[in-house]
Write a protein that binds this ligand. Structure first.
Ligand SMILES: [Zn+2]
Length: 83
């Protein structure tokens, strides 16, 4: 057990195979001292999210170009009702 605390849940951190880990979060914890380091540390996470978002959009576009998405779902305005 180390004196460092998890920034998320404030549990004491453990060093496992040279890596700081929070047992409660079950996540590796990266120690940062400056904001720029926070950015560097979180960059892979942001890139992964971005990649997922782009992949989702590309998937939709690919389906659209193949005409697999029905035209109904493309209509944005509902039909006016006739009383
Ligand atoms: Zn934690």
């Amino acid at each position: 057990m180390l004196s460092e605390m998890c920034p998320v849940c404030n549990s004491p951190l453990f060093e496992i195979r040279g890596e700081l880990r929070c047992i409660r979060c079950d996540k590796p914890v990266v120690k940062v001292h400056e904001e720029s380091e926070v950015l560097v540390a979180s960059a892979p996470l942001i890139l992964t999210r971005l990649e997922n978002a782009i992949t989702d959009k590309l998937d939709v576009l690919t389906n659209l170009s193949r005409g697999r998405v029905s035209r109904r779902s493309l209509k944005s305005s509902p039909k006016p009702s006739h009383p």
